[in-house]
Design a protein around this ligand. Structure first.
Ligand code: IMP
Ligand code: MG
Length: 184
C-alpha cells in the first residue's frame, strides 16, 4: 500500500481513527433526526468514500442522492467560480436534507449548495462535513455535523484529492507545501 502515498506527507488520521469518528457521527445524526427519514445529498466526488461509510453507520430510514460540484481554478475562469450540477430526479420538496461533503474549507461550495437546495423547498437542510478548516472560512456557513477540525493544511486520502489523485488512500494525510507531489 505504501506506493500509493505521496512522497512527502504526514498521517493525520488513520483509517481506524476515521472509522471510529464516522461511527460517532452516525450516532449523532440518528439522535438528531430521531427516526425521521433523511435525504442524504452527497457532494461528488470528494464525499464518495465518506458517504459510503457514513450511511452504513446511520441506523435510520434514508434516501441517497448526489450533486456534482466543481470549482474552476484555471487561468481562463474566475477563481472560486462554482458549477453545481443537480441530479434531475432530485426529490427534495418537503424532505429533511442532509448535505454531506468531504471538507469545509472557504465554505463557498457548501454555502452555494445550501442555497440551491433551499430553493427546492425542503422541510430542513443540515450540513455534514468530515473535516473542517475553520481558519480558511470566507462564506457564512458552519457544519451542523463535523468530524475533525484541522489547521490550514492541504490533505488527501479517504476521498480527498490533489489534482484528482490520492482519493483511494485509506488514511488522511497532510501534504508538505514545500514538496507537493509532482504528477504526470
Ligand atoms: P470550499 O473552499 O469550502 O468551497 O471547498 C471546496 C472544495 O475544495 C472541497 O469540497 C474540496 O473538494 C476541496 N478542498 C478544500 N480543501 C481541501 C484539502 O485540503 N484537500 C483536498 N480538497 C480540498
Ligand atoms: Mg473536491
Amino acid at each position: 500500500m505504501k506506493t500509493i502515498y505521496p512522497e512527502h506527507c504526514d498521517t493525520l488520521f488513520t483509517g481506524q481513527q476515521i472509522a471510529t469518528k464516522v461511527s460517532e457521527m452516525g450516532r449523532e445524526i440518528e439522535a438528531h433526526y430521531a427516526g425521521r427519514e433523511v435525504t442524504v445529498v452527497a457532494v461528488l466526488h470528494g464525499a464518495l468514500v465518506f458517504v459510503a461509510d457514513l450511511m452504513r453507520q446511520m441506523d435510520m430510514p434514508m434516501h441517497l442522492t448526489a450533486i456534482v460540484a466543481s470549482s474552476y481554478h484555471g487561468a481562463a475562469t474566475t477563481p472560486g467560480q462554482l458549477n453545481v450540477r443537480l441530479d434531475n430526479k432530485l426529490d427534495i420538496a418537503g424532505r429533511h436534507v442532509l448535505v454531506v461533503d468531504d471538507i469545509l474549507d472557504t465554505g463557498r461550495t457548501l454555502h452555494r449548495i445550501r442555497d440551491v437546495i433551499s430553493e427546492l423547498d425542503p422541510a430542513s437542510v443540515k450540513v455534514c462535513a468530515l473535516v473542517d478548516k475553520p481558519s480558511r472560512r470566507v462564506a457564512d456557513i458552519e457544519a451542523d455535523f463535523c468530524g475533525f477540525e484541522i489547521p490550514d493544511l492541504f490533505i488527501v486520502g479517504y476521498g480527498l484529492d490533489y489534482n484528482g489523485r490520492f482519493r483511494n488512500l485509506p488514511d488522511i494525510v497532510g501534504l508538505d507545501p514545500d514538496n507537493l507531489p509532482v504528477l504526470d
